[in-house]
Design a protein around this ligand. Sequence first.
Ligand SMILES: Cc1ncc(COP(=O)(O)O)c(C=O)c1O
Length: 388
Amino acid sequence: MKQLSKVARAVTPSPIREMFNKAIGLEDVISFTVGEPDFQTPDNIVKAAIKALENGEHRYTPNAGIMPLREAIAKTTKMSHGLDYSPENQVIVTAGGMEALMLTMLTILDAGDELILGDPCWTNYSRQALICSATPKFVSVRAENNFTFDPDDLEAAITDKTKAFLINSPANPTGGIASRELLEKLAAIAVKHDLYVIADEVYARLVYDGEMPCSIATLPGMQERTIIINSFSKTYAMTGWRVGYALGPSEVISNMVKLQENVAACVNSAAQYGALAALEDPQDEVDKMVASYGRRRELIMKEFETIKGLHCFAPQGAFYAFVDISETGMKASDFATDLLEKERVIVVPGHAFGTDSDRYIRLSFATSDEAITEGCARIRKYMDNLDK
Ligand SMILES: Cc1ncc(COP(=O)(O)O)c(C=O)c1O
């Protein structure tokens, strides 16, 4: 047979999957790998989707999504960011944040263009850039900067091929948040070099030390060059529903809608009605889930304080603990494999998130208190035995 496409061959499986595969067949495993809420979707959302089906909402919707949902997204964004977006041509409903990111990249990146990403960053970004035959270019981000770009490092990485940079705040895998002061500097760089900015805000509601983080789109000169990515997955425990969205300049969004027609046509109709209820109904369930993640964050950080040789970065948002293992002298991939074999705990090794991050492991604390306590006890035992 003839060779498969360059794109198919360029995209490698995520190392997160490899860890899952290593755990197959093992019993009594505690997993800190899964980046999704362990809650059920709130009842009002489920009921709204059922009602939509009962009401006969069984057909294709507009490619950009049902108008009431686009209006609700624009209204919610006005409330949170103070920005106006037209539901007509500046909002698109997508199959999760994932498809919003993919359509954005397909719309703004040509083959050979560079997209600047932080190292570490979420695994899928670089693979999505590769699907566009673009080049993901990594800039190391450091713990002392909350794992956000140092403006000088970002600017040094820009070439005449750079089309955009991506900011994920709060971030997966670190939980770091970019401050307004930093975003102002990054925005000035975007304007100076005429770059697009992809602002992945899927964890914006999951924050623990105060109000919602600043969005770079709100800064002067930025709304016209920023594509905001958001999702119902994490905020409303709706990962399996596959509903997300993007907001941006009409030229970008209308082209994303054109691509959507050829990719998925539209997001599942009933799921869109569920998402509409998520935005329009009271937000008490979200508040409860966030409070619960906040408690688990405290718990996991307390546990790590008592584990010698490992240092946990205090996450300001999302539900990940990013832990520095460099004192062990091990590569994170070896550490994760050994920990799984000896203590039956799965964590994600940092190299999943960038080549410069193989001295970290990521633990998702979107899991029960019992799993956190028992999992950390096993990690403590593992570390104590390493010392001997
Ligand atoms: C940083 C980040 N962005 C986007 C997504 C996409 O999630 P979804 O497609 O479920 O909205 C994820 C999922 O893990 C994520 O961690």
